[in-house]
Design a protein around this ligand. Structure first.
Ligand SMILES: Nc1ncnc2c1ncn2[C@@H]1O[C@H](COP(=O)(O)OP(=O)(O)OP(=O)(O)O)[C@@H](O)[C@H]1O
Ligand SMILES: [Mg+2]
Length: 303
């Protein structure tokens, strides 16, 4: 499989001396969906800003589809890697949404007709058709988040980098955005990199997770990452609620080795268990059940 993003030994300190990244190594393959998780201040945003050259490390290398960022013009990188910022107000700055979406394609030197086509398609993808003449600063937060993604999609990038795409959205907007991101990946093969604290979205949204805390602590499938209690504690990470619920069920005698991470996985799991056991599954309370539940609670306490 071809590497879409290769990062080698990347370190970065802000001009005031704050060290944000230290010797970061990462590979993201073409067509993959990868999450970057880590506590507040871990360097996730700083890292993402290196992926299209907004920041450049004091040390190390970033390659996009095998091309070293140090050797190609920024314009080339911007065509390949689109970043949706954590704060939509950093993305949207023109008087109308049309202008914001047209800004990138115009700078690519595209003809007016092509620019209009791209803006139309991006608005359609995000369900924002009819919003072209709206002032971005008067949109609601959820609309601004979608508009930011539309502004990036009008550049038709092959790699999409999103910083906290689901934060502060209502359930419907959150589900819509997750659906759109998955579709862009599945239908158009766009490689996805997401920094997020939304652990409940991770199982359905990504194939692989990197834990970043200044440097890469580890990487693996969501199942592997969420099963490592010490790792979670040390890096201040949450686990999906479904996972916790099945851990509780296990204290009540539910038999499972791999705990489900999402509702879909839970349904599969329960169906399998019921199938094996003649249409039933058994829970029971024994003398240690409540002690085990208490231990479970303290396991997830963050101090
Ligand atoms: N412009 C800046 N100047 C100086 N230090 C900065 C700047 N931006 C970020 N930092 C520092 O760099 C470190 C990493 O910040 P960053 O925003 O990358 O973390 P993050 O993992 O994205 O956090 P969060 O989960 O809160 O979004 C923090 O210590 C932060 O205070
Ligand atoms: Mg951040």
């Amino acid at each position: 499989m071809r590497e879409a993003i290769t990062v080698r030994n990347l370190s970065y300190a802000y001009p005031d001396g704050t060290g944000a990244l230290e010797d970061v190594n990462m590979s993201v393959y073409e067509g993959e969906r990868v999450a970057i998780v880590g506590p507040n201040g871990a360097g996730k945003t700083t890292f993402l800003l290196h992926l299209n050259g907004i920041l450049r490390g004091s040390d190390g290398q970033v390659e996009v589809f095998g091309k070293s960022m140090a050797k190609v013009k920024r314009g080339e990188i911007i065509k390949e890697v689109g970043i949706v910022f954590q704060d939509p107000d950093d993305q949207l700055f023109m008087p109308t949404l049309f202008d914001d979406l047209a800004f990138g394609p115009i700078n690519l030197g595209l003809k007016e007709e092509e620019v209009r086509e791209r803006v139309k398609n991006a608005l359609l993808t995000l369900g924002l058709s009819g919003y072209e003449h709206r002032c971005p600063h008067h949109l609601s937060y959820g609309e601004k988040k979608k508009a930011s993604l539309a502004a990036v999609m009008s550049m038709e990038p092959r790699i999409l980098v999103l910083d906290e795409p689901t934060a502060n959205l209502d359930p419907r907007s959150r589900a819509e955005l997750i659906g759109i991101i998955k579709e862009l990946n599945e239908r158009e093969g766009i490689t996805i990199v997401i920094a997020t604290h939304d652990v409940n979205a991770i199982p359905e949204l990504v194939d692989r997770v990197y834990v970043l805390n200044k440097t890469v602590i580890t990487e693996g499938t969501p199942q592997k990452i969420f099963s490592d209690v010490e790792l979670l504690k040390e890096n201040n990470l949450e686990v999906p609620e479904v996972f916790k619920l099945f851990e509780v069920l296990r204290c009540f005698g539910y038999n499972c080795e791999e705990l489900p991470l999402s509702i879909e996985e839970a349904v599969e799991h329960l169906t399998r268990t019921v199938g094996i056991n003649d249409g039933h599954f058994h829970l029971h309370i024994h003398e240690h059940t409540h002690d085990e539940v208490r231990k479970l609670r303290s396991k997830y306490e963050h101090h």
